[in-house]
Design a protein around this ligand. Structure first.
Ligand code: NAD
Ligand code: UDP
Length: 333
């Protein structure tokens, strides 16, 4: 039997808690003995991501859109704000809703943090650097973002959120921690999420063509989800020296073309590679400078790409993991 120290047990709100990262975070917090409220409107999250946590009796699911005023909930010690679609396909589907969750939604968690005296952790993104002209990207770089392109609802939404969070927390004395996440992958991404790792793995496993956008020379640096969540917990626990945005990601940079080849080889797939047009404003290079996280927190990602991809392929090899989100929704009606 595991006995938890009651004094250390916290009541924690995770917005976006039924999503990819949110469900992994909730699992780690529950494993540490805390009571977690996962608030989610199930836009890109799925309740089944939380199935394994129900038995703990320390999970409460709140079906709610963060853009609406928060319902009556207990006082929180900590709030982790993850609610926001993260894949280009999903955040561009309803750009105004994306901007609203990054502005009105963030205002709601800020007000709640102020009322409760809760520490607030926010998930920003490497997209605030846009199509970067500086490489690798460090926190002091201001970015190169198109304010009126197809990606702007997310990039500018997240930039606005950073400003609102920074100013509100200073004005109202909210303890704020904020991370800029670089491309992270792992089990529980949606099969029809549109992001490159899940797309390539699902295409390879199903023997469908692997869709490379552009010539495949654009780069990304992929972080495995367990490493990222370790980073979240370290940042939340850190002192005032951790104020201000902190990059979290794996600096191991790879082209999209190389990623496709590795996934084809690892799955033994017979899929052919096909080219599609490069999306507008698709960043050409992206790699985090993680010196700040390493120096302040001793954080370095540990899981090599081959190992992380193997776990993710194993996950998507189970047919349930590949049920498209739309179908799961229909089966709930
Ligand atoms: P995800 O789409 O799996 O999770 C987002 C969750 O937020 C989903 O469960 C979704 O249903 C929920 N949500 C969206 N709008 C909402 C609203 N209005 N009200 C309530 N819930 C809402 O994506 P993820 O990869 O888990 O991303 C989580 C957070 O991390 C996001 O804020 C994203 O911007 C950020 N991030 C992720 C990555 C990455 O590589 N995974 C990179 C940069 C930033
Ligand atoms: N990409 C691709 N094929 C796909 C999905 C994505 O070539 O099926 C490319 C995409 O154009 C981008 C990179 O992979 O250059 C990463 O895309 P993703 O949507 O995962 O993340 P983001 O662009 O937000 O970094």
């Amino acid at each position: 039997m595991i006995i938890f120290d009651k004094k250390k047990t916290k009541t924690i709100l995770v917005t976006g808690g039924a999503g990819f990262l949110g469900s992994h975070l909730a699992e780690r917090l529950i494993d540490a003995g805390h009571h977690v409220f996962c608030l989610d409107n199930l836009h890109t999250g799925r309740e089944s991501n939380l199935d394994g946590l129900v038995e703990s009796n320390r999970l409460t699911f709140v079906d709610h859109d963060l853009v609406d005023p928060l319902p009556s909930l207990p006082r929180f010690d900590e709030i982790y704000n993850l609610a926001c679609p993260a894949s280009p396909v999903h955040y561009q589907h309803d750009p105004v809703a994306t901007l609203q969750v990054c502005s009105i939604g963030v205002q709601h968690v800020l007000e709640r943090s102020k009322e409760d005296g809760a520490a607030l952790f926010h998930t920003s993104t490497s997209e605030i650097y846009g199509d970067p002209e500086v490489h690798p990207q460090q926190e002091g770089y201001f970015g190169n973002v198109n304010p009126v392109g197809p990606r702007s609802c997310y990039d500018e939404g997240k930039r606005f959120a950073e400003t609102l969070l920074t100013d509100f927390s200073k004005q109202h004395n909210v303890r704020l921690r904020m991370v800029r996440i670089f491309n992270t992958y792992g089990p529980r991404m949606l099969a029809d999420d549109g992001r490159v790792v899940s797309n390539f793995i699902v295409q390879a496993l199903e023997g469908r063509p692997i869709t490379i956008y552009g010539d495949g020379s654009q780069t990304r640096s992929f972080c495995y989800v367990d490493d990222l969540i370790d980073g979240f917990l370290k940042v939340m626990a850190a002192g005032d020296e951790a104020e201000g945005p902190i990059n979290l990601g794996n600096p191991n940079e790879i082209t999209v073309g190389e990623l496709a080849e590795r996934i084809v080889a690892m799955t033994g797939s017979k899929s052919e590679i096909v080219r599609h047009p490069l999306p507008v404003d698709d960043p050409k290079r992206r790699r985090p400078d993680i010196s700040r996280a390493t120096e302040l927190l001793g954080w370095v990602p540990k899981v090599p790409l081959a190992e992380g991809l193997a776990h993710t392929i194993e996950h998507f090899a189970t047919p349930n993991a590949r049920v498209p989100k739309e179908k799961e929704l229909l089966s709930r009606v």
